[in-house]
Design a protein around this ligand. Structure first.
Ligand code: F6P
Length: 319
């Protein structure tokens, strides 16, 4: 019987469990023996591999995080570390591996596929920053977590004529910031694409009458761009708003996956099994125009080509 393994790697993302569940159940129904690797590539190198049965994945669909646990292992780029991982897979007669994670995890999968392991990638990251796929597993839940938080902050913002500077995750990508800014009706959005000019932001809070005359003000900022505490301090000192900085942090990554992530995870897992049945390797699963398709991992590792100009324009038109 053909044996396959699945691991989750990088930052956990809500919906990863739905993908694991579908891989195990669809995999078994298509005649595979399915193994789980615990702790991502780290666990693979340490040989933490266990056979998974139908009931091992019961009651996990609604759970956030990943039952297989995850890790980041920069050392996986070293040949000797990869060889150890391959030895461990061979020890169980496993020749195929499904890797659920972001771009770092895809790099690991690509190196193993170049060394003869049939690897398939499934995009699991809240950042929505993988080329070739319109959405990644976890993005919608994180977006919904941000929207919940901003809705609550807006109550205080309106009650106190306060400006909240809210930092959201996304690594270097702008999806979470831009989509949440549109969903929450924020006054400003700052991402790597918009760039950041502190004086412009201060001027906007005073001179833009539409913004200034509102009771509330919300600024959504992508992480790794600016110091939100500094900006909030300047807003307090130089505009009529009192400024407060909030870093939403890992709250964004947790919680029960929303339906979009559960469905996407299940669909993508089904496709991954189909690719393994067809002996495909070095491929990853993507959502393209509502269809689940496959492309080469190498292509997926190129910078994302999602064009969001229309969304930025829409945001501007809505303020
Ligand atoms: O890739 C997911 C992500 O949550 C990014 O948005 C963020 O930059 C990073 O992981 C945080 O990583 P860690 O959980 O290791 O601090």
């Amino acid at each position: 019987m053909k044996k396959i393994a699945v691991l989750t790697s990088g930052g956990d993302a809500p919906g990863m469990n739905g993908a694991i569940r579908a891989i195990v159940r669809v995999g078994i129904k298509r005649g595979f023996e399915v193994y789980g690797v615990y702790g991502g590539f780290h666990g693979l190198v340490e040989g933490k591999i266990k056979k998974l049965g139908y009931s091992d994945v019961s009651e996990i669909l609604a759970k956030g995080g990943t039952i297989l646990e995850s890790s980041r292992l920069p050392e996986f780029k070293l040949e000797e570390v990869q060889d150890k991982a391959i030895d461990n897979l061979k020890g169980y007669d496993i020749d195929s591996l499904i890797v659920i994670g972001g771009d770092g995890s895809y790099r690991g999968a690509l190196s193993l596929s170049k060394k003869g392991i049939n690897c398939i990638g499934i995009p699991g990251t809240i950042d929505n920053d993988i080329n070739g796929t319109d959405e990644t597993i976890g993005f919608h839940t994180a977006l919904s977590n941000i929207i919940d938080a901003v809705n609550k902050l807006r109550d205080t913002s309106s009650s106190h004529h306060r400006c909240f500077v809210i930092e959201v995750m996304g690594n270097n990508a702008d999806s979470l910031a831009l989509y949440s800014a549109i969903s929450c009706g924020s006054e400003l959005v700052i991402t790597h694409k918009t760039g950041f000019d502190e004086d412009f932001v201060i001027a906007e809070m005073i001179k833009n009458e539409t913004v200034y005359n509102k009771r509330h003000a919300i600024i959504i900022v992508s992480e790794k761009i600016l110091d939100v505490d500094n900006l909030a301090k300047r807003i307090s000192e130089e505009t009529g708003f009192s400024g407060r900085a909030i870093v939403l942090g890992h709250i964004q990554r947790g919680g029960s996956p929303v339906p979009e992530d559960r469905i996407l995870a299940s669909r993508m897992a089904g496709k991954a099994i189909e690719l393994l049945i067809n002996n495909e390797s070095g491929k990853c699963v993507c959502l393209k125009n509502s269809e689940i398709v496959a492309m080469g991992i190498e292509e997926a590792l190129k910078e994302t080509n999602q064009s969001k100009e229309l969304l930025y324009q829409l945001f501007e038109d809505l303020v």
